[in-house]
Design a protein around this ligand. Structure first.
Ligand code: CTP
Length: 419
Protein backbone atom coordinates (compact mmCIF):
# COMPACT_ATOMS: atom_id res chain seq x y z
CA UNK A 1 0.00 0.00 0.00
CA UNK A 2 1.34 3.44 -0.94
CA UNK A 3 0.71 6.03 1.74
CA UNK A 4 1.37 9.74 1.45
CA UNK A 5 1.83 10.89 5.04
CA UNK A 6 1.17 14.61 5.37
CA UNK A 7 2.61 16.18 8.51
CA UNK A 8 1.48 19.62 9.61
CA UNK A 9 2.93 21.83 12.32
CA UNK A 10 1.56 20.64 15.65
CA UNK A 11 3.47 19.34 18.67
CA UNK A 12 2.16 15.81 17.96
CA UNK A 13 4.41 15.81 14.88
CA UNK A 14 7.13 14.49 17.21
CA UNK A 15 5.26 11.14 17.12
CA UNK A 16 5.43 10.83 13.34
CA UNK A 17 8.72 8.87 13.05
CA UNK A 18 6.99 6.26 15.23
CA UNK A 19 3.89 6.43 13.00
CA UNK A 20 6.04 5.85 9.91
CA UNK A 21 7.56 2.77 11.53
CA UNK A 22 4.13 1.37 12.42
CA UNK A 23 2.91 1.96 8.86
CA UNK A 24 5.99 0.29 7.37
CA UNK A 25 5.68 -2.67 9.73
CA UNK A 26 2.26 -3.23 8.17
CA UNK A 27 3.82 -3.31 4.72
CA UNK A 28 3.12 0.26 3.61
CA UNK A 29 5.45 2.32 1.44
CA UNK A 30 5.43 5.81 2.99
CA UNK A 31 6.14 9.08 1.20
CA UNK A 32 6.25 12.00 3.61
CA UNK A 33 5.03 15.47 2.68
CA UNK A 34 5.70 18.10 5.36
CA UNK A 35 4.33 21.59 5.70
CA UNK A 36 6.88 24.31 6.52
CA UNK A 37 5.66 24.61 10.10
CA UNK A 38 6.00 20.83 10.67
CA UNK A 39 9.79 21.35 10.50
CA UNK A 40 9.56 23.21 13.78
CA UNK A 41 8.56 19.96 15.52
CA UNK A 42 10.32 17.07 13.77
CA UNK A 43 13.43 16.84 11.64
CA UNK A 44 13.58 15.91 8.01
CA UNK A 45 16.61 13.75 8.80
CA UNK A 46 14.70 11.55 11.26
CA UNK A 47 11.74 11.17 8.90
CA UNK A 48 13.94 10.39 5.90
CA UNK A 49 15.76 7.72 7.94
CA UNK A 50 12.58 5.94 8.97
CA UNK A 51 10.69 6.29 5.69
CA UNK A 52 13.66 5.54 3.42
CA UNK A 53 12.45 8.19 0.97
CA UNK A 54 13.41 11.83 0.44
CA UNK A 55 10.94 14.17 2.13
CA UNK A 56 8.74 16.34 -0.07
CA UNK A 57 7.53 19.73 1.07
CA UNK A 58 7.91 22.33 -1.63
CA UNK A 59 5.46 22.56 -4.50
CA UNK A 60 8.10 24.49 -6.46
CA UNK A 61 10.99 22.03 -5.96
CA UNK A 62 11.95 21.51 -9.63
CA UNK A 63 14.18 18.49 -9.00
CA UNK A 64 11.60 16.61 -6.92
CA UNK A 65 8.83 17.55 -9.34
CA UNK A 66 10.90 16.24 -12.24
CA UNK A 67 11.27 12.81 -10.62
CA UNK A 68 7.63 12.57 -9.48
CA UNK A 69 5.31 15.54 -10.04
CA UNK A 70 2.70 16.39 -7.43
CA UNK A 71 0.02 15.01 -9.76
CA UNK A 72 1.94 11.72 -10.13
CA UNK A 73 2.32 11.63 -6.34
CA UNK A 74 -1.45 12.19 -5.96
CA UNK A 75 -2.04 9.22 -8.28
CA UNK A 76 0.65 7.08 -6.59
CA UNK A 77 -1.13 7.28 -3.22
CA UNK A 78 -3.53 4.52 -2.21
CA UNK A 79 -4.20 6.56 0.93
CA UNK A 80 -3.41 10.13 1.96
CA UNK A 81 -3.00 10.31 5.73
CA UNK A 82 -2.57 13.66 7.48
CA UNK A 83 -1.23 13.29 11.01
CA UNK A 84 -1.15 15.50 12.90
CA UNK A 85 -3.67 17.82 11.30
CA UNK A 86 -3.71 21.29 12.84
CA UNK A 87 -6.72 23.62 13.02
CA UNK A 88 -5.16 25.59 10.16
CA UNK A 89 -4.86 22.51 8.00
CA UNK A 90 -8.48 21.51 8.66
CA UNK A 91 -9.51 25.00 7.58
CA UNK A 92 -7.55 24.69 4.33
CA UNK A 93 -9.06 21.27 3.61
CA UNK A 94 -12.59 22.54 4.33
CA UNK A 95 -12.06 25.61 2.15
CA UNK A 96 -10.46 23.66 -0.68
CA UNK A 97 -7.48 26.02 -0.76
CA UNK A 98 -4.14 24.69 -1.95
CA UNK A 99 -1.28 27.03 -1.04
CA UNK A 100 1.25 24.23 -0.52
CA UNK A 101 2.19 20.75 -1.74
CA UNK A 102 0.17 18.82 0.87
CA UNK A 103 -3.14 20.61 0.30
CA UNK A 104 -2.60 20.57 -3.48
CA UNK A 105 -2.19 16.79 -3.27
CA UNK A 106 -5.42 16.51 -1.28
CA UNK A 107 -7.31 18.25 -4.08
CA UNK A 108 -5.60 16.23 -6.80
CA UNK A 109 -5.92 12.74 -5.34
CA UNK A 110 -8.73 10.24 -5.81
CA UNK A 111 -7.40 8.15 -2.92
CA UNK A 112 -9.25 8.10 0.42
CA UNK A 113 -8.02 10.79 2.80
CA UNK A 114 -7.68 10.17 6.55
CA UNK A 115 -7.11 13.05 8.91
CA UNK A 116 -5.85 12.74 12.51
CA UNK A 117 -6.39 16.13 14.18
CA UNK A 118 -4.29 17.18 17.15
CA UNK A 119 -4.61 20.47 18.98
CA UNK A 120 -5.40 22.12 22.29
CA UNK A 121 -8.81 21.04 23.62
CA UNK A 122 -10.30 24.55 23.46
CA UNK A 123 -9.17 24.94 19.86
CA UNK A 124 -10.71 21.56 18.99
CA UNK A 125 -14.06 22.53 20.51
CA UNK A 126 -14.09 25.91 18.75
CA UNK A 127 -17.21 26.09 16.53
CA UNK A 128 -15.14 27.14 13.50
CA UNK A 129 -12.90 24.07 13.85
CA UNK A 130 -15.92 21.79 14.40
CA UNK A 131 -17.63 23.26 11.31
CA UNK A 132 -14.48 22.56 9.25
CA UNK A 133 -14.39 19.03 10.65
CA UNK A 134 -18.05 18.49 9.66
CA UNK A 135 -17.40 19.84 6.16
CA UNK A 136 -14.52 17.49 5.47
CA UNK A 137 -16.43 14.50 6.88
CA UNK A 138 -19.35 15.38 4.59
CA UNK A 139 -16.91 15.38 1.68
CA UNK A 140 -15.96 11.80 2.47
CA UNK A 141 -12.70 12.22 4.40
CA UNK A 142 -12.24 10.06 7.50
CA UNK A 143 -11.43 11.72 10.80
CA UNK A 144 -9.36 9.62 13.19
CA UNK A 145 -9.63 10.86 16.79
CA UNK A 146 -8.65 13.07 18.45
CA UNK A 147 -8.53 11.32 21.81
CA UNK A 148 -9.17 12.72 25.26
CA UNK A 149 -6.33 12.85 27.77
CA UNK A 150 -3.46 14.98 28.99
CA UNK A 151 -2.11 17.35 26.37
CA UNK A 152 1.34 18.73 25.65
CA UNK A 153 0.07 22.21 26.64
CA UNK A 154 -0.60 20.91 30.16
CA UNK A 155 -4.39 20.80 29.84
CA UNK A 156 -6.62 17.73 29.84
CA UNK A 157 -9.39 17.12 27.31
CA UNK A 158 -10.14 16.06 23.73
CA UNK A 159 -7.41 16.99 21.29
CA UNK A 160 -4.61 14.41 21.60
CA UNK A 161 -3.57 12.77 18.36
CA UNK A 162 -4.64 9.10 18.23
CA UNK A 163 -1.70 6.80 19.01
CA UNK A 164 0.44 5.87 15.96
CA UNK A 165 -0.31 2.15 16.18
CA UNK A 166 -4.08 2.76 16.19
CA UNK A 167 -3.82 5.14 13.20
CA UNK A 168 -1.70 2.60 11.29
CA UNK A 169 -4.23 -0.17 12.04
CA UNK A 170 -7.09 1.91 10.59
CA UNK A 171 -5.47 3.11 7.37
CA UNK A 172 -3.69 -0.18 6.57
CA UNK A 173 -6.92 -2.18 6.87
CA UNK A 174 -7.92 -3.21 3.32
CA UNK A 175 -11.47 -2.06 4.15
CA UNK A 176 -10.18 1.49 4.48
CA UNK A 177 -9.16 1.77 0.85
CA UNK A 178 -12.13 -0.24 -0.28
CA UNK A 179 -9.59 -2.86 -1.42
CA UNK A 180 -11.63 -5.56 0.37
CA UNK A 181 -14.68 -4.64 -1.68
CA UNK A 182 -12.79 -3.38 -4.75
CA UNK A 183 -14.21 -4.66 -7.97
CA UNK A 184 -16.94 -6.68 -6.23
CA UNK A 185 -19.62 -4.53 -7.80
CA UNK A 186 -17.75 -3.86 -11.05
CA UNK A 187 -20.14 -3.84 -13.99
CA UNK A 188 -23.15 -3.45 -11.67
CA UNK A 189 -25.44 -0.45 -11.35
CA UNK A 190 -26.50 0.56 -7.85
CA UNK A 191 -29.45 2.93 -7.51
CA UNK A 192 -29.66 4.72 -4.16
CA UNK A 193 -32.21 7.12 -2.64
CA UNK A 194 -30.97 9.43 0.11
CA UNK A 195 -31.97 12.32 2.32
CA UNK A 196 -35.40 13.61 3.30
CA UNK A 197 -38.25 14.71 1.06
CA UNK A 198 -40.10 18.03 1.33
CA UNK A 199 -43.84 18.08 0.93
CA UNK A 200 -45.06 21.61 0.25
CA UNK A 201 -48.01 23.10 2.12
CA UNK A 202 -47.91 26.51 0.48
CA UNK A 203 -45.16 28.54 -1.27
CA UNK A 204 -43.28 29.12 2.01
CA UNK A 205 -43.96 26.01 4.12
CA UNK A 206 -43.34 22.30 3.87
CA UNK A 207 -43.33 19.07 5.85
CA UNK A 208 -39.99 17.31 6.14
CA UNK A 209 -37.92 15.23 8.59
CA UNK A 210 -34.49 15.21 10.25
CA UNK A 211 -32.65 13.02 7.74
CA UNK A 212 -29.25 14.49 6.81
CA UNK A 213 -28.57 12.15 3.89
CA UNK A 214 -25.19 11.19 5.41
CA UNK A 215 -25.86 7.44 5.44
CA UNK A 216 -27.17 7.35 1.85
CA UNK A 217 -24.26 9.44 0.58
CA UNK A 218 -21.79 7.21 2.43
CA UNK A 219 -23.45 4.17 0.81
CA UNK A 220 -23.10 5.85 -2.59
CA UNK A 221 -19.38 6.46 -2.04
CA UNK A 222 -18.82 2.92 -0.79
CA UNK A 223 -20.70 1.38 -3.75
CA UNK A 224 -18.63 3.53 -6.11
CA UNK A 225 -15.43 2.40 -4.35
CA UNK A 226 -16.58 -1.21 -4.88
CA UNK A 227 -16.60 -0.53 -8.62
CA UNK A 228 -20.31 0.04 -9.26
CA UNK A 229 -21.91 2.64 -11.47
CA UNK A 230 -23.91 4.59 -8.89
CA UNK A 231 -27.07 6.58 -9.52
CA UNK A 232 -28.03 8.70 -6.51
CA UNK A 233 -31.52 10.18 -6.22
CA UNK A 234 -31.27 12.70 -3.43
CA UNK A 235 -33.72 14.83 -1.49
CA UNK A 236 -32.61 18.27 -0.28
CA UNK A 237 -29.42 17.93 1.80
CA UNK A 238 -26.41 20.12 2.44
CA UNK A 239 -23.83 17.55 1.33
CA UNK A 240 -21.43 17.65 -1.58
CA UNK A 241 -22.18 15.24 -4.44
CA UNK A 242 -19.95 12.14 -4.08
CA UNK A 243 -17.26 11.95 -6.73
CA UNK A 244 -18.00 9.77 -9.74
CA UNK A 245 -21.68 9.34 -8.85
CA UNK A 246 -24.60 10.23 -11.14
CA UNK A 247 -26.76 12.68 -9.15
CA UNK A 248 -30.45 13.44 -9.49
CA UNK A 249 -31.75 16.03 -7.05
CA UNK A 250 -35.43 15.96 -6.13
CA UNK A 251 -37.65 17.58 -3.49
CA UNK A 252 -40.88 15.68 -3.04
CA UNK A 253 -41.73 12.01 -2.53
CA UNK A 254 -43.48 12.06 -5.92
CA UNK A 255 -40.34 13.41 -7.65
CA UNK A 256 -38.22 10.81 -5.86
CA UNK A 257 -40.60 8.07 -6.99
CA UNK A 258 -40.44 9.26 -10.61
CA UNK A 259 -36.64 9.70 -10.68
CA UNK A 260 -36.22 6.23 -9.13
CA UNK A 261 -38.50 4.55 -11.65
CA UNK A 262 -36.75 6.40 -14.49
CA UNK A 263 -33.48 4.65 -13.57
CA UNK A 264 -34.61 1.38 -12.04
CA UNK A 265 -34.51 -0.61 -15.28
CA UNK A 266 -30.68 -0.32 -15.32
CA UNK A 267 -30.27 -1.15 -11.63
CA UNK A 268 -28.91 -4.44 -10.32
CA UNK A 269 -29.19 -3.30 -6.71
CA UNK A 270 -31.57 -0.72 -5.20
CA UNK A 271 -30.74 0.78 -1.80
CA UNK A 272 -33.54 2.91 -0.31
CA UNK A 273 -31.75 5.06 2.26
CA UNK A 274 -34.07 8.05 1.90
CA UNK A 275 -36.43 9.11 4.68
CA UNK A 276 -39.42 9.54 2.39
CA UNK A 277 -42.46 11.37 3.74
CA UNK A 278 -45.24 8.82 4.23
CA UNK A 279 -47.90 11.52 3.84
CA UNK A 280 -48.14 14.81 2.00
CA UNK A 281 -50.66 17.65 2.31
CA UNK A 282 -53.76 16.79 0.30
CA UNK A 283 -53.73 20.28 -1.14
CA UNK A 284 -51.09 22.78 -2.06
CA UNK A 285 -52.13 26.39 -1.49
CA UNK A 286 -51.00 28.69 -4.30
CA UNK A 287 -50.68 31.57 -1.86
CA UNK A 288 -49.27 31.75 1.64
CA UNK A 289 -51.90 30.52 4.09
CA UNK A 290 -52.77 33.35 6.48
CA UNK A 291 -53.21 32.96 10.20
CA UNK A 292 -56.91 32.70 11.09
CA UNK A 293 -58.70 33.56 14.31
CA UNK A 294 -59.14 29.86 15.13
CA UNK A 295 -56.97 28.46 17.96
CA UNK A 296 -56.34 25.21 16.14
CA UNK A 297 -56.38 24.10 12.53
CA UNK A 298 -56.10 20.71 10.91
CA UNK A 299 -54.69 19.67 7.58
CA UNK A 300 -55.69 16.69 5.49
CA UNK A 301 -52.75 14.49 4.49
CA UNK A 302 -52.71 11.80 1.83
CA UNK A 303 -50.39 8.81 1.59
CA UNK A 304 -47.39 9.01 -0.72
CA UNK A 305 -46.40 6.04 -2.86
CA UNK A 306 -43.95 3.66 -1.19
CA UNK A 307 -40.96 3.83 -3.53
CA UNK A 308 -39.15 0.85 -2.07
CA UNK A 309 -42.22 -1.41 -2.05
CA UNK A 310 -43.01 -0.41 -5.65
CA UNK A 311 -39.48 -1.33 -6.79
CA UNK A 312 -39.51 -4.60 -4.82
CA UNK A 313 -42.81 -5.50 -6.52
CA UNK A 314 -41.33 -5.17 -10.02
CA UNK A 315 -41.04 -8.35 -12.00
CA UNK A 316 -37.28 -9.05 -12.44
CA UNK A 317 -36.54 -5.93 -10.40
CA UNK A 318 -33.21 -5.27 -8.67
CA UNK A 319 -31.93 -6.73 -5.39
CA UNK A 320 -33.77 -4.51 -2.87
CA UNK A 321 -32.29 -3.16 0.34
CA UNK A 322 -34.36 -1.03 2.71
CA UNK A 323 -33.53 0.97 5.81
CA UNK A 324 -35.74 0.89 8.88
CA UNK A 325 -35.37 3.87 11.17
CA UNK A 326 -37.17 3.00 14.39
CA UNK A 327 -37.59 4.61 17.79
CA UNK A 328 -38.74 1.33 19.42
CA UNK A 329 -39.09 -2.44 18.77
CA UNK A 330 -36.35 -2.12 16.16
CA UNK A 331 -36.12 -5.85 15.39
CA UNK A 332 -39.84 -6.56 15.08
CA UNK A 333 -40.54 -3.47 13.02
CA UNK A 334 -37.58 -4.18 10.74
CA UNK A 335 -38.69 -7.77 10.18
CA UNK A 336 -42.24 -6.59 9.43
CA UNK A 337 -40.86 -4.24 6.76
CA UNK A 338 -38.57 -6.94 5.34
CA UNK A 339 -41.53 -9.26 4.84
CA UNK A 340 -44.22 -6.66 4.16
CA UNK A 341 -42.28 -4.92 1.42
CA UNK A 342 -40.82 -8.23 0.14
CA UNK A 343 -37.21 -7.04 0.46
CA UNK A 344 -33.97 -8.95 0.05
CA UNK A 345 -32.41 -7.16 3.02
CA UNK A 346 -33.16 -4.49 5.59
CA UNK A 347 -30.75 -2.35 7.58
CA UNK A 348 -32.32 -1.34 10.88
CA UNK A 349 -31.25 1.37 13.24
CA UNK A 350 -32.66 3.11 16.26
CA UNK A 351 -33.34 6.81 15.83
CA UNK A 352 -34.15 9.49 18.35
CA UNK A 353 -33.03 12.88 19.53
CA UNK A 354 -29.48 11.64 20.05
CA UNK A 355 -29.36 8.61 17.76
CA UNK A 356 -29.26 7.98 14.04
CA UNK A 357 -30.24 11.20 12.31
CA UNK A 358 -27.76 13.94 11.44
CA UNK A 359 -24.90 12.20 13.25
CA UNK A 360 -21.63 10.90 11.84
CA UNK A 361 -22.00 7.55 13.59
CA UNK A 362 -24.62 4.85 13.40
CA UNK A 363 -25.37 1.46 14.97
CA UNK A 364 -27.25 -0.99 12.77
CA UNK A 365 -28.44 -4.55 12.52
CA UNK A 366 -28.93 -6.12 9.09
CA UNK A 367 -31.71 -8.67 8.49
CA UNK A 368 -32.31 -10.89 5.50
CA UNK A 369 -34.62 -13.90 5.27
CA UNK A 370 -33.70 -16.25 8.09
CA UNK A 371 -30.54 -14.45 9.20
CA UNK A 372 -29.24 -11.27 10.75
CA UNK A 373 -25.96 -9.61 11.61
CA UNK A 374 -25.37 -6.76 14.03
CA UNK A 375 -22.70 -4.11 13.61
CA UNK A 376 -21.04 -2.16 16.42
CA UNK A 377 -21.32 1.64 16.46
CA UNK A 378 -19.10 3.04 13.74
CA UNK A 379 -18.61 6.11 11.59
CA UNK A 380 -21.19 6.12 8.79
CA UNK A 381 -18.39 6.07 6.20
CA UNK A 382 -16.83 2.92 7.72
CA UNK A 383 -20.20 1.31 8.25
CA UNK A 384 -21.19 2.00 4.65
CA UNK A 385 -18.13 0.08 3.40
CA UNK A 386 -19.09 -2.93 5.50
CA UNK A 387 -22.75 -2.71 4.50
CA UNK A 388 -21.86 -2.54 0.81
CA UNK A 389 -19.64 -5.59 1.39
CA UNK A 390 -22.51 -7.56 2.92
CA UNK A 391 -24.92 -6.39 0.19
CA UNK A 392 -22.43 -7.51 -2.49
CA UNK A 393 -22.17 -10.92 -0.77
CA UNK A 394 -25.92 -11.42 -0.52
CA UNK A 395 -26.46 -10.17 -4.04
CA UNK A 396 -23.89 -12.69 -5.31
CA UNK A 397 -25.64 -15.48 -3.38
CA UNK A 398 -29.05 -14.64 -4.90
CA UNK A 399 -27.51 -14.46 -8.37
CA UNK A 400 -25.98 -17.92 -7.87
CA UNK A 401 -29.29 -19.26 -6.53
CA UNK A 402 -31.15 -17.86 -9.53
CA UNK A 403 -28.59 -19.45 -11.83
CA UNK A 404 -29.27 -22.78 -10.07
CA UNK A 405 -25.95 -22.92 -8.20
CA UNK A 406 -25.27 -23.66 -4.55
CA UNK A 407 -25.50 -20.84 -2.01
CA UNK A 408 -22.18 -19.67 -0.66
CA UNK A 409 -21.59 -18.47 2.87
CA UNK A 410 -21.66 -14.80 3.67
CA UNK A 411 -18.27 -13.33 4.44
CA UNK A 412 -18.43 -10.74 7.20
CA UNK A 413 -16.10 -7.76 7.07
CA UNK A 414 -16.85 -6.54 10.55
CA UNK A 415 -20.19 -7.74 11.79
CA UNK A 416 -20.75 -10.39 14.39
CA UNK A 417 -23.71 -12.69 14.57
CA UNK A 418 -26.08 -11.89 17.37
CA UNK A 419 -28.84 -9.48 18.11
N1 CTP B 1 -39.61 4.16 1.83
C1 CTP B 1 -39.84 4.46 0.50
N2 CTP B 1 -40.95 5.21 0.16
C2 CTP B 1 -41.81 5.63 1.10
C3 CTP B 1 -41.59 5.32 2.46
C4 CTP B 1 -40.48 4.58 2.79
O1 CTP B 1 -39.05 4.09 -0.36
N3 CTP B 1 -42.87 6.36 0.72
C5 CTP B 1 -38.44 3.33 2.18
C6 CTP B 1 -37.38 4.04 2.96
O2 CTP B 1 -36.42 4.61 2.11
C7 CTP B 1 -36.80 2.90 3.79
C8 CTP B 1 -37.94 1.97 4.03
O3 CTP B 1 -38.90 2.30 3.01
O4 CTP B 1 -35.82 2.18 3.07
C9 CTP B 1 -38.59 2.07 5.37
O5 CTP B 1 -39.06 3.33 5.57
P1 CTP B 1 -39.90 3.75 6.88
O6 CTP B 1 -40.37 5.15 6.70
O7 CTP B 1 -39.08 3.47 8.09
O8 CTP B 1 -41.06 2.72 6.86
P2 CTP B 1 -42.53 2.84 6.55
O9 CTP B 1 -42.86 1.66 5.73
O10 CTP B 1 -42.82 4.17 5.96
O11 CTP B 1 -43.19 2.67 7.98
P3 CTP B 1 -43.22 3.60 9.29
O12 CTP B 1 -43.02 5.03 8.84
O13 CTP B 1 -44.53 3.31 9.85
O14 CTP B 1 -42.11 3.15 10.17
Amino acid sequence: MNIVLGISGGIAAYKTPELVRRLRERGADVQIVMTDSAREFVTETALQAVSGRPIRSNLWDKEAEASMSHIELARWADVVLIAPATAELLSRLAGGSAPDLLTTLCLATEAPIAVAPAMNRVMWSNPAVQANRDTIVDRGMTIIGPEAGSQACGETGAGRMTEPDAIAAIVCDPRFTGEAAAGRLAGKTVLITAGPTREPIDPVRYITNRSSGKMGYAMARAARAAGARVVLVSGPVSLAAPRGVEMHSVETAREMYEATHEHVADADIFIAAAAVADYRPAQFADHKIKKSSADSVSMALVKTDDILASVAALESGPFCVGFAAETQNVRDNALKKLEGKRLDMIIANRVGASEGFDLDENTVCVYWPGEHRSFPTAAKTDLARDLVGIIADRYAVTQRDEAGGVSGSVVSLRGNNGS
